[in-house]
Design a protein around this ligand. Structure first.
Ligand code: G3I
Length: 366
């Protein structure tokens, strides 16, 4: 039955398609999920989820329970979502996710307390003066404090570094960084630690993975930022590397490993927080595309998981049917991207196998 579903989905009548489906299913029995493969090495695996998916997508939910040991709200805790009312934040969607995670024995990450890109309109209007930076600090206290003891790890500040903007310290040219700079970022972390003394506090960013001048500049900017925060005794515990990968981008394992080593030597842990693989540049049938996605991820994960400071991996969704890339990528053949470990029928793809085997090949964490 399962093979038939997959065969129909891939529009495949050929033995090749059936062979691929067989291979993908044989790569792990149904009861052993990615969370188990990660746990054997002392790591965690999980994915992003939206509260509305819990009731609306039973098949997805079933697979999430099988595969994930940790969840992160894709959007539900962003300020733009919780903060429509300036005096009464709405944490109901976050509460649903806490209930779901607790019910299934999963951990929950918080995403994200302070992000320049997800602020309610009233806050954006207020953030034009230096004093208004205090608003963000209040928001950090509010959301981290509300879920204190229930969320194990927070992306406290998201995407603060943008070397191309030309600000000192390579920070992003948005009001909070213009007015508050590094001190503002440190204040966000102090506020989070005060609101939940036990949660691990992460700085999270993208564009740190590839071998390009842009990404090398961002890696330097992030390292400088983290070093400065540590030097000022800021309570930062880790770096989240988003890991939005794209087939065709140049990856240099040695250079990336050096970066991870530099981060680890600051006494920080690391997590791959939003892994997915954009296959926009790969033409061909789903089999060709899925293999290209898997082999791209394999090279990246081999380098990343070799570093024992890396504590685990989250993918940005579990199934291709819910990926944010479906609404942002337009493929020449008009088909949807295939960036995640499960296909739209909730069946395991070669990317699932690549992640599972990358966990298997990684050194054991204490
Ligand atoms: O829910 C509303 C819906 O009511 C409305 O009708 C519709 C009209 O546009 O918008 C819906 O909200 C959208 C939401 O996704 C849910 O689909 C927002 O417009 C849209 O901006 C939002 O995009 C999210 C984006 O962050 C911005 O917050 C993506 O789902 C989410 O995957 C993406 O995630 C980010 C991480 O937080 C940070 N790293 C990069 C990553 C990918 O961009």
């Amino acid at each position: 039955m399962i093979n038939m579903f997959r065969r129909d989905f891939l529009l495949g009548s050929s033995a090749l398609v059936l062979g691929q489906a067989g291979k993908s299913l044989a790569s792990g029995d149904e009861t052993t999920g990615l969370k188990d493969r990660a746990a054997r090495r002392g790591m965690t695996y999980g994915c992003a989820l939206g509260a509305d998916q819990i009731s609306r997508q039973p098949l997805l939910v079933k697979r999430i329970v099988q595969e994930c040991g940790i969840l992160v709200p894709e959007n539900d805790l962003k300020w733009r979502v919780t903060g429509e009312n300036p005096v009464r934040p709405d944490y109901s969607r976050g509460e649903s996710l806490v209930r779901f995670a607790t019910q299934h024995g999963m951990l929950l990450r918080g995403h994200t307390a302070a992000w320049y890109k997800s602020q309610p309109d009233w806050a954006v209007a207020a953030l034009t003066s230096a004093e208004a930076v205090a608003l963000v600090i209040e928001r950090v206290q509010s959301v981290v404090g509300h879920f204190s003891g229930r969320i194990v790890e927070w992306d406290v500040v998201n995407e603060a570094v943008e070397p191309r903007d030309g600000l000192p310290n390579r920070l992003r040219n948005s009001p909070e960084y213009r007015y508050g700079g590094l001190e503002y970022i440190a204040d966000c972390f102090h506020a989070a630690r005060g609101a939940d003394p036990k949660a691990k506090l992460y700085y999270n960013d993208y564009g740190l993975e590839y071998d390009s001048e842009d990404e090398e500049a961002r890696r330097r900017g992030v390292l400088d930022l983290l070093s400065a925060l540590k030097a000022a005794n800021t309570p930062v515990d880790g770096l989240g590397i988003q890991s939005h990968l794209k087939v065709g981008n140049r990856f240099n394992a040695e250079r990336f490993r050096r970066f991870l080593g530099d981060v680890a030597s600051l006494g920080l842990e690391i997590r791959l927080t939003e892994l997915d693989v954009n296959d926009e540049r790969v033409q061909g049938d789903p089999i060709v595309r899925d293999e290209a996605v898997a082999s791209h991820a394999r090279a990246f994960l081999a380098a990343a998981l070799e570093e024992t400071a890396v504590r685990g991996v989250l993918t940005w969704g579990l199934s291709d049917s819910t990926s944010w890339l479906s609404s942002t990528v337009s493929r020449r053949d008009g088909s949807k991207p295939r960036p995640l470990p499960l296909d739209a029928m909730m069946l395991r793809k070669p990317l699932w196998t690549a992640i599972a085997e990358s966990f298997d090949g990684a050194p054991i964490r204490n």
